[in-house]
Design a protein around this ligand. Sequence first.
Ligand code: ATP
Ligand code: MG
Length: 256
Amino acid sequence: MNKKPNKSSSAPEVNTQKTLHKNLDFTATEQYKLLRANLNFTIPAGIKCPIVGITSSMRGEGKSTTAVNLSYVLAESGKRVLLIDGDLRIPSIAKKMGIKSTPGLTGLLMGYEAQRLGDFKSTINENWYIMPSGELPPNPSELLGSKRMERALNALAENFDFIILDLPPVNLVSDALAVSEYITGMIVVVRQDYTEKKELEHCFRQLSLSNVKVLGCVMNESKENGKSYSRYRYKRYYKYYKYYGHDEKHRDVDME
Ligand SMILES: Nc1ncnc2c1ncn2[C@@H]1O[C@H](COP(=O)(O)OP(=O)(O)OP(=O)(O)O)[C@@H](O)[C@H]1O
Ligand SMILES: [Mg+2]
C-alpha cells in the first residue's frame, strides 16, 4: 500500500496492475466515468481540446494512476485522447503501460527524435495515444515552462479532443506550476489516509499564487461507503469533488 513508483525503465513489461484501465473492477471504473462526466462540466465552453494537468501535493498520491484511468475512460467514450507523461524526474507512465519510455515528450521538445503520432497509439483503445517522458532532461522545469512546450501542446491539440498531462507534485518541484500557463486547468489528487492536510493547504496556496485554474480534486483510494461496495476486496473507489471557485476551494477537499 502507498508504494512509491519506481524509476521508469525502457524495457517493456506486461502490465496486469489491478488499478489500471481495463483491469479495473466495476466500481472503480464507474468512479472514473463519474470523474469524466464531472470534468466535462468543469471545462469552460468552447475549448476544442482541453489540456488537463494532473498533480498533487506530494509523491505517491495517485496522480499517474488517475491520469492513466481518466484518459482511458475518455478514450472509451469515443474521444481522441493523448496522455502525456510530464513527470520528467520520476516518470512512470511507460512502466505502468508496459511501453518503452522513448520516443517521448523530451524528444519532441528538443527535436532530436523524428516522431509520428502513430508512434504513440496504444494497443488497448484506438482513440488512446500515450506519450511517455522520453530521455530525462537536466532542466525539467525550464523545459515544461518553455515556449517549445506551449507550441508542442498547441500543435498536438489540433489532433485530439483531450490531452491529459501527468505532472510531478506541486510541493516538491515547480514543474507543475511551470506548465500551468499552457493548460486549461488542473486536477489535484488527494489520497485518503496519506495526504497531509498542511501539505494540501500548501499545494493550494502555490496553485493559487500561480493563478492555476483548479478544475477539481480526486479523492483516491477513498474508503467511504465501504458497506455499499463490500463485495469489492479493498472497498476502494475514486471520487471526484467539484471545484466551485477560488474562494471556496478548501471546502471541496474533505480531509476529515
Ligand atoms: N486507488 C488505488 N488503490 C491501490 N493502489 C493505488 C491506488 N492509486 C495508486 N495506487 C498505487 O500507489 C502507487 C503510487 O501511485 P501513482 O504512481 O499513481 O502515484 P503518483 O502520485 O503518480 O506518484 P509520484 O508522485 O511518484 O509520481 C502505485 O504503486 C499505484 O499502483
Ligand atoms: Mg506519478
